[in-house]
Design a protein around this ligand. Structure first.
Ligand code: SF4
Length: 259
């Protein structure tokens, strides 16, 4: 998922199964006043079989059992720090973000300090997280809006959060869920999108559509948890390039398990 950052296509391509399809044609003709019927069965190979999703209750129960401590792995102490860390996490691992943020938060401890920071110094500190110019710009402009429009406090509604530069639904959902315990939607990052595709919960490549598909089937009281659970599984077992299907505890209910 990309809060305005490009996502490599191959990370999220839904996996498809090949399957044999049998088609029977019933042919009728008349030869010398006799009616003949011929059944012609053809065997073809289809590559567009759509995986069917597992029972969502069973899937969530299993994931809770496997990852009882699933949680947000970004390190933060204040709401603003979570916002900044989430902006930095676009196209970057949480592990790397967690190495970038300690000196960053020590140098700029408040929204005012981010808002008035020297841009080049800010860029230098966020450089290891990638897309450093865009991320530094978003962090500074979001901090300026928080200071000037929201009294220095992070807003707690989706509409208000979406007014902040660099904040799309993913970041807003992370902040609402983690800081305010508000389940307004479901956080869809690259792991959630990939897992939703492989598990047959969504067949879309668009994070907004994937979120809608998940919201349609996941019970509301699991909207915050489901992202943590899928992200944990995506990082540990269902890797982007080479999912560990033989060692996956979900293989008996996953429609992509044989791939
Ligand atoms: S069986 Fe597990 S590892 Fe394999 S695609 Fe399904 S969820 Fe991913």
């Amino acid at each position: 998922m990309t809060d305005n950052y490009p996502t490599p296509k191959w990370l999220c391509r839904p996996l498809r199964k090949r399957q044999l399809v049998y088609t029977t044609l019933h042919l009728q003709c008349t030869v010398y006043n006799k009616k003949l019927t011929i059944d012609l069965t053809m065997k073809t190979q289809s590559t567009v079989a759509t995986p069917s999703a597992p029972d969502i209750e069973e899937l969530i129960t299993q994931l809770h059992h496997i990852y009882p401590d699933a949680h947000c792995e970004l390190a933060y102490e204040t709401p603003l720090q979570l916002l900044v860390a989430t902006i930095l996490s676009a196209q970057c691992t949480d592990e790397r973000v967690n190495r970038v943020t300690p000196p960053l938060f020590a140098r700029f401890p408040t929204a005012v300090s981010f808002a008035t920071a020297d841009r080049s110094e800010l860029e230098q500190l966020v450089h290891p997280a990638g897309f450093f110019r865009r991320k530094a710009k978003h962090i500074q402009e979001a901090s300026q809006l928080i200071v000037h429009q929201y009294g220095g406090e992070l807003p707690n509604t989706m509409d208000e959060l979406l007014t902040l530069p660099g904040v799309a639904r993913k970041t807003a959902n992370v902040v609402l869920g983690e800081i305010f315990g508000i389940a307004n939607g479901i956080t869809v990052d690259t792991h959630v999108k990939r897992l939703a595709n492989r598990l047959g919960l969504s067949h879309s490549d668009d994070p907004v559509k994937v979120e809608q598909d998940l919201m349609a089937v996941v019970p509301h009281n699991e909207w915050i948890n489901i992202s943590h659970l899928l992200i944990f599984h995506g990082r540990r077992v269902c890797h982007a390039r080479k999912p560990n299907c033989p060692g996956c505890p979900l293989r008996h209910i996953c429609p992509s398990a044989t791939l």
